[in-house]
Design a protein around this ligand. Structure first.
Ligand code: PLP
Length: 437
């Protein structure tokens, strides 16, 4: 065990980051990687195996980021690796249909009660963007409802935050998104059915889709009341609005059939990503055959992609989902996650530390709070993030890697064995003692 005061060697990561800063805006190719909210130099990872990653300085960590969710089997799972290599040897892309698309498509459709047809794309952003276009194409309406605290990728129409006061009309949350686009997006608080009722009344027959992460996991883990999710279904049925479940994180994670299966709520359209690609860039959107018939070339809603259904990515996804379908896979994920969560929480409770860990399936979120539930982003205390920054550093010193933001969730993979979980629990306990010393 590394001693408390010793900080990790970041010589190589620091040099690599210096170079990267000249090459990429902020030195990274996706913002949260920059360690902006925890401070310090981002670690440049060099390899991963199972539940572990190694950085460029040779430091080893138990990895609870798991590439932000795709790696439900852990790093470099032998079956995924084999199938990737086999696919690469046959050629990396053809721009034609391949047998592998059928394989991954069937694996999903045969085991998901709400998916009759699917379209593969290359990222979760593309999946959400295309699902929104589909919903607009099907309904002939243009406005969309999203919820404050849900993330659906960096689509213009979804980079929108709530307007001031009680206004539901969105305002763009990024430079470069025209206000005219933002005005098509209505932003509501999570877990507030009355706000949804009022909004659909105010914009009667104008709303194409209600988009939600059914298990919101991008701004903490904001577990919704089941009655709220069911209420959305009822409102959508009554108003002719499509219900979009963005299951980019929750899909194939909390259950093979995601939050839809977990809650037994039928969405009209689903967006997927992360796990279905087995660590390669894949997204997808899906619905009934009738709704998907609106997509080109079958129908008038255009959507395309040079690398969509890429054979290497399809092979990786098929290998990973095949493992997920093994009997007891999700039960075991949940059991080990609870072992971890309870192990950490029992210590925090004994010591009187203000820590909660919210969890669904193998997703967890550390909240420095004594609230019983946090269901809306407005209920997160921004000042509590200072604790997370200190914990993150203390965990790195103990060989444990979390995504570098207190608003992000962590993931347990199938490679996190009981022994690794127990080692991590020990590290967390010591790190918490240090934070609260
Ligand atoms: C719920 C959700 N939707 C969409 C996206 C966007 O996916 P990607 O980063 O693959 O574009 C993310 C990414 O984290 C996500 O969590």
């Amino acid at each position: 065990m590394i001693s408390m005061s010793q900080s990790i060697d970041r010589t190589q990561s620091t040099a690599l980051f210096e170079r990267a800063k000249a090459l990429f805006p902020g030195g990274v190719n996706s913002p949260v990687r920059a360690f902006g909210s925890v401070g310090g130099t981002p670690l440049f990872m060099e390899k991963g195996k199972g539940a572990h990653v190694w950085d460029a300085d040779g430091n080893r960590f138990i990895d609870f980021c798991c590439s932000w969710g795709p790696l439900i089997l852990g790093h470099a799972h032998p079956h995924v690796e084999e199938r990737i290599i086999e696919a690469v040897r046959k050629g990396t892309t053809f721009g034609t249909p391949t047998r592998l698309e059928n394989e991954l498509g069937s694996l999903i459709i045969d085991h998901h009660p709400y998916v009759e047809q699917i379209r593969f794309v290359s990222s979760g952003t593309e999946a959400a963007m295309s699902a929104i276009r589909l919903a607009r194409g099907v309904t002939g309406r243009s406005k969309i409802i999203k919820f404050d605290g849900c993330y659906h990728g960096h689509v213009d129409a979804l980079l929108v935050k709530a307007g001031s006061g009680l206004a539901t009309l969105g305002t763009s949350s990024s430079a470069g998104v025209p206000e005219a686009y933002a005005r098509e997006t209505l932003v509501l608080p999570l877990n507030d059915l009355e706000a949804v009722e009022q909004c659909v009344l105010a914009y009667k027959d104008e709303i194409a889709v209600i988009a939600i992460e059914p298990i919101p996991a991008n701004n903490g883990l904001l577990i919704q009341d089941e009655s709220f999710l069911r209420g959305l279904r009822t409102i959508c049925d009554r108003e002719g609005i499509l219900l979009l479940f963005d299951e980019v994180i929750s899909g194939f994670r909390v259950a093979f059939d995601g939050a839809a299966g977990f809650y037994g709520i039928r969405p009209d359209v689903m967006a997927f990503g992360k796990i279905i690609g087995g660590g390669m860039p894949v997204g997808a959107y899906a619905s009934t055959a009738e709704v998907m018939a609106h997509i080109a070339p079958a129908g008038p809603v255009y959507q395309a992609g040079t690398l969509s259904g890429n054979p290497v990515a399809m092979a990786a996804g098929a290998a990973q989902l095949t493992e997920c379908l093994r009997p007891g896979f999700y039960e075991d994920q949940d059991r080990r996650t609870q072992r971890f969560v309870q192990g950490v929480l029992s210590h925090a409770e004994r010591q009187g530390y203000p820590l909660r860990i919210f969890t669904r399936g193998s997703i967890f979120w550390l909240a420095f709070s004594d609230k019983v539930w946090i269901r809306k982003s407005s209920e997160i205390d921004p000042d509590s993030m200072a604790y997370f920054g200190r914990l993150h550093a203390a965990l790195l010193r103990r060989g444990i890697y979390l995504g570098p933001s207190g608003y992000e969730v962590g993931f347990v993979s199938a490679a996190h064995t009981d022994a690794i979980i127990d080692e991590a629990v020990d590290g967390f306990r010591l790190a918490l003692d240090e934070v609260f010393a």
